[in-house]
Design a protein around this ligand. Structure first.
Ligand code: Q9C
Ligand code: ZN
Length: 340
């Protein structure tokens, strides 16, 4: 298995998130990567650095004004004499204007964010850029003929939309990988998102497109984050009508129930006859995850990997969530081993 990793992920650290009404240290922390790297070493896989890409590549899935904001936000914060992490406290909800981008830094922060759980620190842009480069490198390897490649992305990406951040995500790594494969000439690239949380950002980015079908299995948004997207009746629009497939499942879902839904999800993917697959690999579906409510056990992750690998598609695996830090490495490696 080709593993793409950058130590620059560690520049994104030290933030707090508003979690159920209390400000707590982020569950999405650098130690997650240390545990994945340890498991990768135990498996005997070599780790490679990402290639460098111009920021113009990011504009393939993100709005230019959003990218400019992310790139410059922390310098502006410093220029205002502030330090530490930035969190928004006001958002343009219904009844407020979204048709103009405000000029003030804090106004812009709330305009581009959708939660108060995704702090921006001094190194966030550099870390997000490095994660995106990991995903793009993995996509380039697969486009060049590798059967699979794994991008050890941190911060994660699937909640980041064309012009918004949230859910610990700033740049949509999986979307960038899929777009990269499209740009390399593959006609259809499917995305399977198995993270516990619905990949609202990825759905947003490809909503009107028929060349990147999006299939997601996740906690029911009626009670689970991100709450306001991810229902089964969301099928895509325009050219993308019928290319978005959501499989919300209740809290407490175990492997037996999950596996039955996975079969349906894989059938949808096969129905689109893609030339390649991108997997948004969140292992927060593990029973020990501190912020999630599914009940998959360690022994279920090899099964998950085997079922996805059986599609036989060239596959880019992109790291998303997973907050049971001590177990994240073994759970990820168990999925990757099925592709080796
Ligand atoms: N203030 C991923 O797994 N927690 N993101 C709710 C909101 C957000 C999870 C706190 C969980 C996001 C990539
Ligand atoms: Zn998640």
């Amino acid at each position: 298995m080709r593993i793409i990793h950058s130590p620059r992920h560690a520049l994104h650290d030290g933030g707090m998130e508003l979690h159920r009404g209390a400000l707590v240290p982020c569950f999405e922390m650098p130690a997650r990567v240390d545990h994945i790297l340890a498991a990768v070493a135990r498996a005997g896989w070599r780790v490679e650095p990402p290639r460098e890409y111009p920021d113009a590549v990011l504009a393939g899935v993100h709005d230019a004004d959003y990218l400019a904001f992310l790139r410059g936000a922390y310098a502006q914060w410093r220029a205002e004499g502030r330090e530490g992490f930035m969190l928004p406290g006001a958002f343009p909800a219904r009844g407020l204007r979204r048709d103009r981008v405000p000029t003030g830094l804090h106004a812009r922060l709330g305009y581009y964010a959708f939660d108060a759980g995704s702090p921006i620190v001094a190194g966030t842009w550099q870390a997000a850029q490095a994660a995106a480069h990991c995903a793009l490198t993995a996509a380039d390897l697969v486009a060049a003929g590798e059967r699979s490649a794994y991008a050890l992305c941190r911060p994660p990406g699937h909640h980041a939309g064309r012009g918004m951040f949230g859910g610990y995500c700033f740049l949509n790594n999986a979307a960038l990988a899929a777009q990269r494969l499209r740009d390399a000439g593959l006609a259809r690239v499917a995305i399977l998102d198995v993270d516990y949380h619905h990949g609202n950002g990825t759905q947003d980015i490809f909503w009107q497109r028929d060349d990147v079908p999006f299939v997601s299995i996740h906690g029911d948004p009626d009670t689970e984050y991100p709450f306001y997207l991810g229902h089964a009746d969301e099928r895509g629009a325009g050219a993308g009508d019928g290319c978005n497939h959501n499989f919300p499942l209740p809290r407490g879902t175990d492997w037996t129930r999950y596996a039955a839904t996975l079969e349906q999800a894989l059938e949808r993917i096969a129905g689109h006859a893609p030339q390649a697959l991108v997997v948004s690999l969140g292992v927060d579906i593990f029973e020990g995850d501190p912020i999630s409510q599914f009940k998959l056990q360690a022994a279920d992750f090899p099964r998950l990997g085997a079922r996805i690998a059986a599609l036989g598609l060239p596959t880019v695996l992109v790291q998303e969530g997973g907050y049971a830090v001590a177990e994240i490495g073994d759970n990820v490696a168990a999925v990757l081993a099925a592709f080796d």
